[in-house]
Design a protein around this ligand. Structure first.
Ligand code: NAP
Length: 269
């Protein structure tokens, strides 16, 4: 069901060839936005566009590496030329190829850190840098960047990922402060565990059970859970919300860490 909350808007979604980015592109198109579906993965972007067009939506695929400033400049130009401007920017691109190299700090590898920060953080910097002038020309716009629960509740591993995702919050709030008076809103979605191609194989069966045990919801998250939160932030309903971090984690961060242990004790009584 669509209420046309993004009708007439031109949207650029990165990481839109997979998982949360793909779901966001699809939800936004359903709500009337014309969407540039950008991803490093050309086939993934094309598949998302096909699904959108099958539903009667308007979308164009674009292959780009968001860690490359020149490629991002061309991507934003393409969006503005194709759909007449840039009103909405959504950043979901993430470098999952770094996972195995993102180890405890004593073994930190400079190249792995650069690749993680290059995509997950600098991708948000570059897209905003080139989209903002278009938004300002039209009197405003909305940006949403993907952080993660891991940005402030780090797991034992993945310090580069945690740092990139914490950086996304600082960046987004800076944009909100610097450009808010000119009609720009910049918010953050911070997902907890969401079942997506990006997390496939990341957790063992035992670890998935532990994740489920730590949810204050009866299930793990789905890409649509985040896409619908992002829709709210991008829509006129969130006109007075700026610099906000919207946690989408099924309540995982809402309770004290000892609760699962207490539950286990209660079961054993
Ligand atoms: P995903 O399924 O891995 O999708 C990410 C997409 O980004 C992939 O299509 C990937 O392409 C693309 N990408 C990688 N490097 C890129 C680059 N340099 N330029 C452009 N695109 C690039 O991820 P997801 O699970 O949907 O997550 C989406 C966002 O939410 C990410 O920022 C992630 O960190 C965040 N998040 C996810 C979860 C979760 O549990 N899923 C939790 C917290 C936060 P390739 O396939 O070619 O690499």
């Amino acid at each position: 069901m669509s209420s046309g909350r993004l009708t007439g808007r031109s949207a650029l979604v990165t990481g839109a060839g997979s998982g949360i980015g793909a779901a966001t592109a699809e939800v936004f198109a359903r709500e009337g936005a014309r969407v540039v579906v950008a991803d490093l993965d050309k086939a993934g972007a094309a598949a998302t566009v096909e699904r959108i067009r099958d539903e009667g939506g308007v979308a164009e695929p674009y292959a780009a590496d968001v860690s490359d400033e020149a490629e991002v400049e061309a991507l934003v130009d393409f969006t503005a030329r194709t759909f007449g401007g840039v009103d909405v920017l959504q950043n979901y691109a993430s470098n999952r190829g770094v996972v195995a190299e993102d180890v405890a700090l004593a073994g930190a590898d400079a190249s792995a850190w650069a690749r993680q920060l290059g995509v997950d953080l600098m991708g948000c910097v570059f897209t905003a840098k080139y989209a903002l002038p278009h938004m300002l020309r039209r009197g405003g716009g909305s940006i949403t960047n993907a952080s993660s629960l891991v940005g402030w509740l780090p797991l034992e591993s993945r310090p580069a990922y945690a740092t990139a995702k914490a950086g996304v919050i600082g960046l987004s709030r800076s944009i909100a402060v610097e450009y808010g008076r000119q009609g720009i809103r910049c918010n953050v979605v911070a997902p907890g565990p969401i079942v997506s191609p990006g997390t496939e194989g990341m957790y063992t069966a035992e670890q998935t059970e532990v994740l489920a045990e730590h949810m204050a919801a009866p299930r793990l998250g789905r890409p649509d859970d985040v896409a619908l939160a992002a829709l709210f932030l991008a829509s006129p309903d969130a006109a007075f919300i700026n610099g906000h971090v919207l946690v989408v984690d099924g309540g995982m961060s809402a309770y004290a860490p000892m609760v699962p242990s207490f539950r286990r004790l209660a079961r054993e009584e």
